[in-house]
Design a protein. Structure first.
Length: 280
């Protein structure tokens, strides 16, 4: 509670910057009010709609590809009977989560660069053409999503593995008596057992559709894929930090938060109507 109070709620007074002609020398309260002029300017920017599209597109792809991956990995790990192998696999899968995106970005460039990357070097040795993983928009989006899966999938399995431990083992024993195979037990016992956890995390992920981390798109981006790599977080960085347009940057952040809240409430409402489960 103290964490959320200090780092989440108290700083919310800064939202008023979006409605003021902010002057850093006058401070937040002494700066004159400007109404919704900042929002009018935002909605007239062509670049704003581009970064909004990119943010929603990349988050949607992340949701489609990255969300099911930890579930699949957790089920696979749960089916492993050799304890030493299971622990080793878990450790290897968790490790990428602790690597910063700056280091991952360097690894991606070393491996996938068109001219000097190891992967393309192997392709050329095999008589194949180099693949523009980082310069072609389609390949860049694929690389972006793939890097995210590699970094986060293992860590995401922790919650699902915890949920799996809560499933009554007698259900599996009864299924074996009835002649159910491994896939049938997964489909009829494992997945229904972790469905509440899946739905809650799905709702949270949908609520984050309008927000996106700064590090991954910033590190993996380059001038050749700007039309697809520019997202709201990098756009706010350019306006707020590089151009010192704090009012516009704050207004974009507020818009992003409102859209995220709408997504969250909508996903929760639909989930309760369809499955009877929601966050509240």
């Amino acid at each position: 509670m103290l964490y959320f109070l200090v780092f989440k709620y108290i700083p919310m007074y800064g939202v008023t910057i979006a409605f003021k002609e902010f002057n850093m020398f006058k401070g937040v309260w002494s700066s004159p009010w400007a109404g919704v002029d900042a929002f009018r300017e935002i909605f007239q920017m062509k670049d704003f709609y581009k970064v909004l599209r990119n943010t929603l597109l990349l988050n949607l792809l992340d949701l489609i590809v990255s969300f099911p991956t930890p579930i699949i990995l957790a089920i696979l790990l749960n089916e492993i009977r050799l304890k030493w192998f299971k622990k080793s696999a878990q450790t290897i899968l968790y490790l990428p989560h602790f690597i910063s995106w700056v280091i991952i970005g360097g690894m991606v460039y070393q491996l996938l660069s068109t001219n000097t990357g190891l992967v393309n070097h192997l392709f050329k040795m095999a008589g194949m053409k180099a693949v523009p993983f980082l310069t072609d928009p389609l390949y860049w989006v694929t690389t972006y999503v793939g890097a995210g899966v590699w970094q986060n999938a293992g860590w995401g399995t922790i919650i699902y593995l915890a949920a799996l431990t809560g499933i009554n083992r007698e259900l599996y024993e009864a299924a074996e008596v009835d002649g159910a195979g491994r896939m049938r037990k997964i489909w009829n016992i494992t997945l229904p057992g972790i469905r509440p956890t899946i739905m809650i995390l799905l709702i949270i992920n949908i609520g984050n559709m309008a927000s996106i981390g700064f590090e991954r798109p910033f590190v993996l981006a380059n001038p050749l894929v700007t039309d697809y790599s520019d997202v709201i977080s990098t756009f706010v960085y350019k306006l707020g930090v590089q151009s010192a347009r704090f009012t516009i940057a704050t207004a974009i952040g507020l818009f992003q938060a409102v859209v995220g809240l709408i997504f969250l409430l909508s996903a929760n409402y639909i989930s309760k109507k369809v499955t009877g489960q929601g966050i509240w």
